[in-house]
Design a protein around this ligand. Sequence first.
Ligand code: SF4
Length: 300
Amino acid sequence: MVKDPRIEKLLNGFSKFVKEREIPLTQKEKRIKNRYTITGDIISYSICPRQYGFYKFLGYAPSNPTQEWYGSIIHRFLKRAHMSFLRTGRVVNDEEIERIFYLIEKSMEAEGIRATNERVKRSALEVLKKFCLIEGESFFRSVIEAELRLIKELDNFILYGIIDVLRTEGEKVEIWDYKGMERPDETTFYGREKLNRYKKQMYVYGFLFKERTGTFPDKAVLYFMNELLKGNLEKTRFIIDFRKEEIQNEVENFIEEFKRIVEEIEESQKTNNWRLPENIDKNTCKQCDFKWDCPHYWTS
Ligand code: SF4
């Protein structure tokens, strides 16, 4: 039972939002607006416009789904573990973790999403066991909502995002995003770039949250799950403090940048011209399905 009046206000805002979602957003204008997400569109486009355009609009499906499998099983598992906590009032034990994990794995297999090898599978299972052990009851008890879907109609498009977890830490409201990876290395250019992209992702979620509730969450937490495997607990959480004015200004600026990127995407789609990125790390190109005829790949 949530007693904090601020949290109650947020929950009321969400139930109103769920009702509003049932009304088509574009009803008044009779015009269909495209829907964009920060992860599926803006970040992918920012990494490589050419790769984004080929996957998104030219009908190619990624041939290397390892990352998709890993991220997906982590998210699906944690949602199920939270539901189990709500039902039983306790955190799942190792035996239950394995049972849930293999059930999810089977259903993913039926959808055609497979782990590339046993090592990846073992690593995901170990990460999840460690998460349940280390974050444990205090984490699951503090979750207000898992997979919170937020949407906002802007002038020319619809902005959409899914927050992995909305939780409280004492009096503070936090939004969390699980990352099935190690924390990017901030000592390198591409590590900083990557972390910056994830920060922007949380900026968008903070913005959507504010549009819905009238206030920013106190914090956003990027949780780098694979640091648990190395015992680097201090590196698991990267925190963004929305109470800082400079962060709120950065959010506003990024929403303007988001709008500009959407315009660029729509222009590229119209002309079917997807430009090459100015900078890109070699690993992304190595795993790219379109490298064989990519001028960037052969010259970098
Ligand atoms: S090889 Fe690299 S630059 Fe070329 S399309 Fe793929 S990701 Fe983009």
